[in-house]
Design a protein around this ligand. Structure first.
Ligand SMILES: Cc1cc2nc3c(=O)[nH]c(=O)nc-3n(C[C@H](O)[C@H](O)[C@H](O)COP(=O)(O)O)c2cc1C
Length: 179
């Protein structure tokens, strides 16, 4: 399975990008996780779209999603929702034709320093993905709290329980791909 992975954080030391990198390592060699960078996607502006069409940065990420068997979004939580940069990227990508979300097998996870581990952001993201007609993995959901414990300098990385959830989610995503 080829998976297009997107981190919803632009931060160089992002916990969520670290989590996505960990998933890529766990998935290999059985699955190929290709990470799509959304940092250069501009703010959505309908006037720009009407005058100039879809920006090259948006077409690039949309093309990566199209070419992949599945999509994995790793999201931070900002003010109980997904970060604006992720919403903005998703909105731009939804304007690309032919669409890349329809029927796409999609999984999500996220991590935050707090105990809730992005649960509220993921509930919002799940709703958006349903509206885009993605086929989302229902279980297991993955909320990685206390992010610093896993990813700060000196931390030893994900614990066995979290790795197990990631392996199960990858298997569920592969089942959606082959369904
Ligand atoms: C604007 C803003 C709002 C935030 N709101 C939340 C929140 O609602 N829940 C939460 O768990 N963490 C919240 N945080 C803390 C983030 O979880 C934390 O900064 C995290 O490291 C961001 O993800 P990243 O490391 O991948 O960049 C917020 C951070 C920022 C900058």
């Amino acid at each position: 399975m080829k998976i297009c992975g997107i981190s919803g954080s632009l931060r160089a030391e992002s916990y969520n990008t670290a989590l996505l990198n960990a998933v890529r390592d766990i998935a290999a060699p059985e699955h190929d996780v290709v990470i799509a960078d959304i940092a250069d996607i501009p703010l959505y502006n309908g006037d720009v779209e009407a005058a100039e069409g879809i920006p090259a940065s948006v077409e690039r990420v949309a093309g990566m999603i199209r070419e992949a068997d599945a999509l994995l979004i790793v999201t931070p939580e900002y003010n109980a929702g997904i970060p604006g940069v992720l919403k903005n990227a998703m909105d731009w990508i939804s304007r690309v034709k032919p669409g890349v979300y329809d029927n796409k097998p999609t999984a999500m996870m996220g991590t935050s320093p707090g105990v809730l581990g992005t649960v509220r952001a993921q509930m919002q993201l799940r709703n958006q993905l349903a509206n885009l007609n993605c086929r989302t993995v229902a279980q297991p959901m993955i909320f990685v709290g206390n992010a610093g414990k896993f990813f700060d300098d000196g931390a030893s990385g994900l614990d066995d329980a979290t790795r197990g959830f990631i392996e199960k989610q990858l298997a569920a995503l592969a089942a959606l791909v082959s369904a």
